[in-house]
Design a protein around this ligand. Structure first.
Ligand SMILES: *[C@@H]1O[C@H](CO)[C@@H](O)[C@H](O)[C@H]1NC(C)=O
Length: 302
């Protein structure tokens, strides 16, 4: 009895000494200055730098202590090995910003829920999430969108910022690129080109020219959203119409020629038929036969 008690105490002491080496740390260290961007991914990491394995179990979120595994599949991704465990919030949504706590659990005695790997609520930072224009049917919310204008029409771009609360819209920066690679600040261009008007998250181009074609980008908090402006010249817009008119004219001409030909053919055929009809007409033949017979009869009589 005494022996087993001593053994148990010894075991616990040794265990504690062994686990004193256990150390967990979280990345980021605090979520106070980590802000998430809507619809982007965000990663929380827990690193173990002690002996052996960190024995990571599962990530949990929220006040109801539910495993992230219980959430919609694919929204979170967990990757762990002996030394670290990563929780990836793949597409950060508003609901994620409401979660009060994020933490990882381990199977290590005394470190079941390491406080270093417990993260506070993650707030959102305002960022461009889409682009709207002066036309109702033009609402772009994914990358690689484009907007089309005829030459001399004007275009309004309104950069959609979310979340909207406490946003300083004057911090929105507009830039332009011909090829989606090197962008120039459009504010510098407004002095050169007075057709461009910039007001916070709105950009207006009065009377677009073919040279205005290109990529327009709004940026806030190092997040940007880009839209391609295509400019059609007036004549180009006319080409399909002229093409259709051309095809119709050609068709009409072909039909007219064809009809004329058919008419003249018909005339020829009818005249031919008239001749043949006369030749083949049984009445005509009988009469000739009759007259033949008559002459024969006459000859006999004679
Ligand atoms: C965790 O994330 C870091 C940085 O993104 C990466 O280098 C590491 O390989 C990840 N660990 C695992 C286990 O996937």
């Amino acid at each position: 009895m005494a022996y087993s008690k001593i053994f148990l105490i010894l075991f616990t002491v040794l265990n504690s000494i062994y686990y004193l080496n256990a150390g967990y740390s979280g990345v980021p260290q605090t979520t106070a200055d980590t802000k998430a961007v809507l619809r982007r991914s965000l990663e929380l990491r827990c690193i173990y730098d002690g002996d052996g394995s960190g024995e990571f179990l599962e990530w949990y979120r929220g006040d109801d202590d539910s495993s992230v595994n219980n959430e919609k599949s694919g929204h979170y991704g967990v990757k762990s090995n002996d030394k670290e465990s990563n929780l990836t919030i793949k597409i950060f949504v508003e609901a994620d910003a409401l979660v009060k706590k994020w933490y990882v659990k381990t199977n290590k005695a005394g470190y079941e829920r390491p406080p270093e790997c417990s993260f506070d609520q993650i707030s959102l930072k305002a960022s461009p999430q889409g682009m709207e224009t002066d036309r109702d049917n033009e609402k772009l919310d994914s990358a690689h969108g484009s907007v089309r204008r005829m030459e001399d029409e004007s275009v309004d771009f309104v950069c959609h910022i979310a979340p909207k609360e406490n946003v300083d819209l004057s911090k929105v920066v507009w830039s332009y690129s011909k090829d989606d690679k090197t962008f120039v600040n459009l504010l510098d261009q407004t002095t050169v080109n007075d057709a461009i008007v910039i007001k916070d998250n709105e950009l207006r181009i009065n009377g677009v020219k073919k040279t205005d074609r290109g990529y327009y980008r709004c940026e806030l908090n190092n997040v940007h959203f880009t839209v391609l402006l295509r400019v059609k010249d007036r004549l180009a817009a006319l080409w399909p119409f002229l093409g259709i008119v051309g095809v119709v004219v050609v068709l009409v001409i072909i039909i007219l020629i064809f009809e004329k030909r058919q008419k003249s053919n018909k005339k020829n055929i009818t005249t031919d038929d008239d001749d043949q009809d006369q030749a083949n007409d049984p009445l005509v033949r009988t009469t000739t036969k009759g007259s033949d017979n008559d002459t024969k009869k006459r000859a006999i009589k004679a």
